[in-house]
Structure formats: structure tokens, C-alpha cells
Write a protein that binds this ligand. Structure first.
Ligand code: PHE
Length: 451
């Protein structure tokens, strides 16, 4: 989407166009890379259950709140808050910071994904944990090669955002997202028919509540925010292009539902296979890159390569549609508030992102000894953005909509001045006023170790 200001703003021509753009932002590495490895690391069922509760109680409601702010103001997040209530401008600014921090490591993982397109074509597939861990470890632990792939991935973002041709990508993702869905279903079948897979399915869905510590709760909450692209103004910016006729409530139901289905499918592909192969469930960020090639290895050399190529290509595109939306948050801030031109904004911000990405990438290898609170640079960026900034953003956005905007104005926006029925409006406002901010605050404080 191009950024236009004022009345000449582009709008999504069709409702599906908006839903695909928002889903394109939501569905990405968060669903396929991050969700399974967090579920594996944090004990499975209980983590998944609390994640789903967060999606249902917080995700839908917060997404609706962001849609309302964006469409009402027709402005990207910083300006939206500036216009509505100057005191809340910092919420937009915090979102820009969060987008920037996430872009300090997201392209590193995007780069791994691109690298694996080639690794799978070359037939680097094996069901032997030692071999697959070695393949992954030598990629991410290296110096030049992971940085090279990060550059490839980041350049794709730069070109697309400078040219303002994300439309094209979003159109492509209309084809690729259904394909990704189909491919995941094929992989689910392959994974679940591996001997011993049922144990893994149990691990994923049968909760063991003894595993629910404060930091596990916070990890699940942070994952809900990250996966739905919430708490940082991304959905505010997207909704600013929506026409006054669209049904916001419907969109705020469809997008999180799609996103959650993809995450659950990815979990059902990866966790049961990991258990079936006897791989380490708690290995962290390498999980998808170790387990998926192993699943592919069981499909034979030809099919394995074809599915491998398709899987990592689709994963890279899904990642791309997400990182475009992240970069756009930073770039539109620099253009609208700092008066930069688009090219300068993209080149400036991506250079800064690249420098942080180098540190994030090296922290998986030669800099792994540098840690704070047990986290390397990569984990720190990820933790700070998703477990601190996004939840804080969520608290302030819902508090603003619940208490400061004015219930009548909110109702008019959500119901298109009374044209759309929203029977649960009062319940939703109650969620925004009390339930959502309170849950986030409690989980945040307990995850950080304050309570
Ligand atoms: N939701 C994206 C993903 O799952 C990441 C993202 C987070 C995108 C926040 C935009 C804003 O990969």
C-alpha cells in the first residue's frame, strides 16, 4: 500500500483485499517458526491453552480497537493518536520502536528461511537429529553466510517498500496463503502418520498446569501479540485505508481466526514429528529448520525436495508480507513526522535495522557468550519487543478506546453509525476498560518477576 495523506488516500477496493493484507501481516514467522518452538520450549499444552485464551479474550478485542482507531482517523499510528488525544502520542511512538526492534532480528530468521530454500533443493534432508542440527548450527553459527542471507531478505523488503509495490506482494499472497494452508495440511498428515507422533499431539494439547509459571504466561501473551501484529499500530495503519462501509467486527474475527489456524497447523506439523524422531523439543529457534527437513526426508528424495522448496519459499513470502508491514510502520513515521522522503526513510531505517541484525545474527554464533539475564542479543530483542513493548501498547490502546475516546464515538465507528449490528458492544467495551488491561498488566508484572 502506498502512503497517501488526506482525502486522496487509497482505499482497499474490496473487503477481501483488506483481510488479505491484514492476514498477510499477521501470518508469518510468528506462526510457523516462533509458535511451535515456544510451545516446545514451554511445556506444550498449558502454553497453547493460555495462548488460545489470550487470542480469544485479548486478540479479537484489541484488533477491533486498533481497526476502529485506524479507520476513524485515516492516519497511521503516531498521527492517529496525536489527532485523537495528544497525551497518547507516545503509544504510537512505542509502536514505532517495537517495529524497529523486531526488524532488528526478524530479517535474520527470514534469511535462514531463504537459505533453506536452497538447502532443501540441494537435498540436505535427514531424519538424523545430529545431521540436521549440524546443518542448522553451521548456518546460524557462521559469520558471513547468515549475514549474507539476511541481506538478501532485507533487500527484498527495501526494494518493495521503496517502490511502494507491496500491493503486488499482497496480490501474490492471495495465491500463496491458500497454498501454504494446503501444504501445511499435507505436512500434518505426514507428521501424524509417523510412528510415535500421537505422544507429540498429546504434548501439544493436553495441558500440564504445573508448567504455567509467570514467564510462560508472559511468553504466551507476547506470542499472541506478535502473531496477530498487535500492540504496535500496525493494524491501526492498515485499517486507516479502510472505507467507512466495511464491517470492522467481521474483519476482527476473520483475521485472528485465520492466523490461529495457521499457527495450530504448524504446531501439529512440527511438535508430533519432533517427538516421533526423538529430537529435542526445547531446542528453541532451530526447531522448524531441524524438524521440517526431517519430515521431508521421509517423503523420498524427489518429493522431499519439491515440498521442501515449496515450504521454505512460502514461509519466506509469508515472512516478507509481515516484515513489509513492520518496515512500513517505521518508514511512514519517518515520512509523516520527520518529513523524510520515502527513499531516505527506507534506506536510513533499513541500514539501522541491518546493523542490529548483524549483532543478532552473530549472537547465535561467535557472540553467544554475551548474555544479559541468560539471553543473547537475539533473544533480548525478541523478548523486549514482544514481552514488554507490545503488551504495554495493548494496555494503552484498550484503555484509550475504553475510557478516553468516548463510548458514543466508539459505537458510531464500530457500527458504521448504526448500520452494522454489534450485539456484544457492551461486553467488548467492558473488556477494553477492565479485563484486557488488567490481564495484560498482571501477566506482564508476573512474567517480569515483579509479582
Ligand atoms: N505477525 C507477524 C508474524 O507472525 C510479525 C509481526 C509482528 C508483523 C508485529 C507486524 C507487527 O510473523
Amino acid at each position: 500500500m502506498e502512503q497517501h495523506k488526506g482525502s486522496a488516500r487509497d482505499q482497499f477496493v474490496s473487503k477481501l483485499g483488506f483481510i488479505f493484507a491484514a492476514a498477510g501481516s499477521a501470518v508469518g514467522l510468528g506462526n510457523i517458526w516462533r509458535f511451535p518452538y515456544l510451545a516446545g520450549r514451554h511445556g506444550g499444552g498449558a502454553f497453547v491453552l493460555f495462548y488460545l485464551i489470550c487470542i480469544i479474550v485479548i486478540g479479537f478485542g484489541l484488533m477491533l480497537a486498533e481497526f476502529a482507531v485506524g479507520r476513524h482517523t485515516q492516519l497511521s499510528s503516531v498521527d492517529a493518536f496525536k489527532k485523537l488525544d495528544r497525551r497518547f502520542t507516545f503509544v504510537g511512538a512505542m509502536g514505532v520502536l517495537a517495529a524497529f526492534v523486531i526488524m532488528g532480528y526478524y530479517p535474520v530468521v527470514g534469511g535462514w528461511s531463504v537459505a533453506y530454500i536452497f538447502k532443501t533443493i540441494m537435498g540436505q534432508l535427514s531424519t538424523d537429529a545430529a545431521v540436521m542440527e549440524q546443518t542448522f548450527g553451521s548456518l546460524v553459527g557462521g559469520i558471513a553466510s547468515p549475514i549474507f542471507w539476511t541481506v538478501v531478505y532485507l533487500l527484498a523488503n527495501v526494494v518493495i517498500v521503496i517502490k511502494g509495490i507491496s500491493d503486488g506482494i499482497e496480490k501474490a499472497s492471495k495465491v500463496m496463503m491458500p497454498l501454504l494452508f494446503i501444504l501445511l495440511i499435507i505436512l500434518v498428515v505426514r507428521s501424524l502418520t509417523l510412528p510415535g507422533a500421537m505422544e507429540g499431539l498429546k504434548y501439544l494439547f493436553v495441558p500440564d498446569f504445573s508448567k504455567l509459571t509467570g514467564d510462560v504466561l508472559l511468553a504466551a501473551l507476547g506470542q499472541a501479540f506478535f502473531s496477530l501484529s498487535l500492540g504496535m499500530g500496525c493494524m491501526i495503519t492498515y485499517a486507516s485505508y479502510l472505507s467507512k462501509k466495511e464491517n470492522l467486527v467481521q474483519s476482527a474475527i476473520i483475521v485472528p481466526t485465520m492466523d490461529t489456524c495457521v499457527a495450530l497447523l504448524a504446531g501439529v506439523v512440527i511438535i508430533p514429528a519432533t517427538v516421533a524422531f526423538g529430537f529435542d523439543l526445547g531446542q528453541g529457534p532451530g526447531l522448524v529448520f531441524v524438524t521440517v527437513p526431517a519430515i521431508l526426508a521421509t517423503m523420498g528424495p524427489v518429493l522431499g525436495r519439491i515440498f521442501g522448496l515449496t515450504f521454505f519459499l512460502l514461509l519466506s513470502v509469508a515472512a516478507l508480507t509481515s516484515s513489509l508491514s513492520l518496515m512500513e510502520v517505521v518508514v511512514s513515521y519517518l515520512i509523516d513526522n520527520r518529513g523524510w522522503d520515502r527513499q531516505k526513510a527506507v534506506l536510513g531505517s533499513s541500514t539501522a535495522m541491518f546493523i542490529i541484525c548483524i549483532a543478532a545474527s552473530l549472537s547465535m554464533g561467535i557472540w553467544s557468550g554475551f548474555t544479559i539475564g541468560g539471553m543473547n542479543i537475539f533473544d533480548l530483542l525478541d523478548w523486549f519487543a514482544n514481552n514488554v513493548l507490545l503488551p504495554l501498547g495493548g494496555i494503552f490502546i484498550t484503555l484509550y478506546v475504553g475510557w478516553f475516546w468516548g463510548v458514543d464515538k466508539v459505537r458510531d465507528e464500530i457500527t458504521n453509525n448504526g448500520e452494522v449490528r454489534f450485539a456484544l458492544f457492551n461486553v467488548w467495551i467492558f473488556l477494553c476498560r477492565f479485563v484486557i488491561p488488567l490481564i495484560i498488566a498482571i501477566v506482564l508484572l508476573s512474567g517480569i518477576g515483579i509479582i
